[in-house]
Design a protein around this ligand. Structure first.
Ligand code: NAD
Length: 371
């Protein structure tokens, strides 16, 4: 365990890595609390079949930077547990309730939704331990996936970044990988501004239509439980083909490390605006930057969800939360892109500088460096 941790530990964290095993319900979960110098950590709970401690740590670190960059009074943490999100609901509920109970006293971590989990899952956690955000409305929460808080932020980050590409949004072609809570709302909000969806993928494959995909029809299809590949007016392709589709905006909204050294050269886009966390590897990001393709840092572009969660935690209304998402994401996107131009560095380097300065400033007020 210590050896494993030392592979990625540095002076920021992680503060704690907790492995949870409850065989009676098939639960194998991990929580990483990275750094809580600014405040208790908020981060999503991910359910997937291929999660790992390392992925959980990388996501927790992303939350440390995301929360600090957004000026939230929260540190970074993340939880993951093994399983197919489509398993029978009662089995999923048992795992989630057990996970919450095992973490009853881990007060430095506040749950939120992420891939494979939603408002209802947060309601189960709230019922067990009272420490979750992204709750359903009937519990006084702001259902951030249902209203598309992250997609709303991606829309605003994208709009600001397009200015730096000397492009307007009307008629601009976009490709979206992943059509869940984030991808679907990014499509909807950008589509409302006139962007044209020309390619989309989910876990079963992709479709392309250079003339444009009807976003409302696609959302209706996916909400009825079908895959995007069942959309009829498009060419069905495999998932990998999505990277070759010519567009101005490419939005990853699914899994980590999807743009990497091996495929980055195939992208024909002007802007990458990540809804997903850690979707682009460092190497690929440097390659894009050298080619003059803007790659927004994930923790700037997709901060909408956690900003909304933090606002809910403070008791804010939905309208105020969405307005705050818009203001913070627009402000940070502009600042990071301006700083990167002025300092001749990548947008990620500019964003890391901003976030790290805030975390380190908070750490100076603490007796212990990380908590
Ligand atoms: P979700 O579970 O609602 O949707 C995920 C989508 O990705 C689904 O359409 C799924 O079919 C698709 N997918 C899975 N594997 C794929 C693959 N290999 N290729 C193409 N598509 C694939 O999840 P979500 O909440 O939309 O989250 C998506 C990403 O955004 C994750 O990386 C998550 O960490 C990140 N994120 C989410 C939020 C949020 O508010 N939900 C906030 C910030 C970041």
């Amino acid at each position: 365990m210590i050896d494993n941790m030392l592979n990625y530990a540095d002076d920021l964290g992680p503060l704690k890595i907790i492995h949870v095993h409850e065989p009676s319900v098939g639960l194998q979960g991990i929580v990483v609390i990275d750094n809580i110098a600014i405040g208790p950590s908020i981060g999503g709970m991910r359910m997937a079949e291929d999660v790992s401690t390392e992925e959980c740590f990388r996501l927790a670190r992303t939350m440390t930077f995301k929360n600090a960059a957004a000026g939230l009074p929260h540190g970074g943490g993340k939880s993951v547990f093994h399983g197919d999100p489509a398993m029978p609901k009662q089995d999923k509920e048992r795992r989630i309730r057990a996970f919450a109970c095992a973490l009853r006293d881990t007060v430095e971590y506040i749950f939120g939704p992420d891939m494979g989990t939603d408002e209802e899952c947060m309601a189960w956690i709230h019922d067990e331990i009272g420490r979750a955000t992204g709750l359903p409305r009937e519990l006084g929460g702001i259902p951030l996936d249902e209203i598309g808080a992250t997609g709303w932020g991606v829309r605003h980050a994208t709009e600001v970044a397009l200015e730096f590409c000397n492009l307007g949004i009307k008629g601009t072609r976009m490709v979206i990988q992943g059509f869940g809570a984030v991808g679907m709302h990014a499509a909807k909000f950008l589509g409302e501004q006139g962007a044209n969806l020309v390619g989309v993928a989910d876990s079963r494959g992709s479709i392309a239509n250079p003339k444009g995909i009807d976003i409302d029809a696609l959302i209706g299809l996916v909400k009825s439980g079908k895959s995007v590949i069942e959309y009829e007016d498009g060419e069905k392709q495999n998932q990998d083909a999505l990277i070759d589709i010519e567009c101005e905006i490419w939005i990853p909204a699914a899994r980590p490390d999807v743009v990497h050294k091996g495929n980055v050269e195939r992208l024909k886009t002007r802007l990458i605006s990540p809804g997903a966390n850690i979707a682009v590897t460092d190497e690929a990001e440097r390659f894009l930057n050298n080619k003059g393709i803007i790659c927004l840092p994930d923790f700037i572009a997709n901060a909408g969800g956690v900003i909304c969660a933090a606002m809910e935690w403070q008791g804010a209304s939905e309208i105020v939360a969405m307005q705050t998402v818009k203001e913070k994401v627009r402000h940070n996107t502009r600042r990071v892109l301006e700083d990167s131009r002025a300092d001749h560095c990548t947008p990620r380097e500019a964003a890391l500088k901003l976030a790290e300065q805030r975390v380190r400033a908070a750490m100076r007020h603490r007796r212990w460096s990380a908590f």
